[in-house]
Design a binder for this molecule. Structure first.
Ligand SMILES: CC(C)(COP(=O)(O)OP(=O)(O)OC[C@H]1O[C@@H](n2cnc3c(N)ncnc32)[C@H](O)[C@@H]1OP(=O)(O)O)[C@@H](O)C(=O)NCCC(=O)NCCS
Length: 192
């Protein structure tokens, strides 16, 4: 895959010459769990906090990212604010597969390229670490998540899938009523 020109900067910020907010990435720390667990339902618009356990901020920090930005509207505009996160892992059972468990951008920072920049950084990191493909599972009725991952070049898994909400998906994949679409894309590490 092609790495962004500056992986610490959103695509739109880079295109706009840096006059729009920047997003800067770092690995999560345990304290980020407390920062995010109480707001993640709001960020997703549905109850998901049970899926964002502390373990992600303790045992999977090397394969996860926090995105921070400066908010000129906040009382302390020089204090970086968490604006995005991605928790993922390298599959122990499927060598070469990098898995996105959960990813989100704060509602007030959407459609600025932050989600794309965070995933570009994560995909480049995972490819550099030896992953050959990335996968993510989304509810098929999450239209924005579908459009977002399609915009990043993810393709739906179609073998064994059936149309749900107009896309190839797997009924009850995560339990009764928990349908999921599976998406994947190949990764190519940048050469020397
Ligand atoms: C999905 C999500 C991470 C996207 O973050 P974002 O920073 O807004 O995404 P970007 O600005 O990088 O958008 C990249 C592209 O995705 C698509 N996209 C993103 N949001 C969209 C929307 N609301 N409607 C239509 N297309 C959209 C577009 O193609 C967009 O490119 P464009 O802006 O040039 O048209 C964010 O909406 C979110 O956090 N959603 C809730 C959590 C979630 O669903 N996570 C994914 C499953 S784990």
């Amino acid at each position: 895959m092609t790495a962004p020109r500056d992986p610490t900067m959103s695509g739109r910020s880079a295109r706009a010459g840096g006059d729009l907010p920047r997003i800067v990435f770092r690995p999560p720390v345990e304290a980020d769990h407390r920062r995010l667990v109480d707001i993640v339902d709001h960020w997703f618009g549905r109850p998901v906090r049970a899926r964002l356990g502390r373990m992600w901020f303790v045992h999977f920090t090397a394969t996860s990212l926090i995105g921070e930005t400066l908010d000129p509207r906040s009382p302390d505009p020089d204090l970086p604010r968490v604006a995005a996160f991605l928790v993922g892992f390298a599959s122990p059972d499927r060598p070469g597969e990098a898995v996105i468990h959960m990813a989100a951008v704060a509602p007030e920072w959407r459609r600025r390229g932050f989600g794309s920049a965070m995933h570009a950084r994560w995909l480049a990191d995972r490819a550099a670490a030896g992953a050959a493909r990335a996968t993510v599972a989304i509810p098929p009725d999450e239209r924005i998540a579908w459009l977002f991952y399609r915009s990043l070049g993810f393709e739906p898994v179609t073998a064994g899938a059936r149309p749900l909400w107009g896309i190839p998906a797997f009924p009850d994949l995560e339990g009764d009523g928990q349908d999921r679409a599976l998406l994947e894309r190949a990764l190519v590490a940048d050469g020397p």
